[in-house]
Design a protein around this ligand. Structure first.
Ligand SMILES: [Zn+2]
Ligand SMILES: [Zn+2]
Length: 83
């Protein structure tokens, strides 16, 4: 039970209410089905698996919040400095 409103599912207005997650792909507008894999774009947006696989590298970098491919690879531990 919520300590703020005493409901099990918080109504709108309760500080603990969970905002409905936008489950429409922001690129093609199709609904993400239960069990379907999708990518998150920031806090709200979602991108369906199909569109995610079609994204330009620029879009991939944007949703990964990195400036360059090297930074993305660096986050994955895949960059090295030549000695
Ligand atoms: Zn509540
Ligand atoms: Zn889509």
């Amino acid at each position: 039970m919520c300590s703020e409103c005493d409901f099990y599912v918080c109504p709108d207005g309760c500080p603990n209410a969970v905002a409905d997650k936008n489950d429409e792909c922001e690129l093609c507008g199709s609904l993400i089905a239960n069990g379907e894999e999708y990518a998150e774009d920031g806090e709200e947006g979602v991108i369906c698996e199909h569109c995610a696989n079609q994204m330009d590298i620029d879009d991939v970098l944007r949703i990964c919040e990195v400036a360059s491919v090297m930074e993305l690879l660096g986050d994955m531990g895949r960059t090295r400095h030549a000695i």
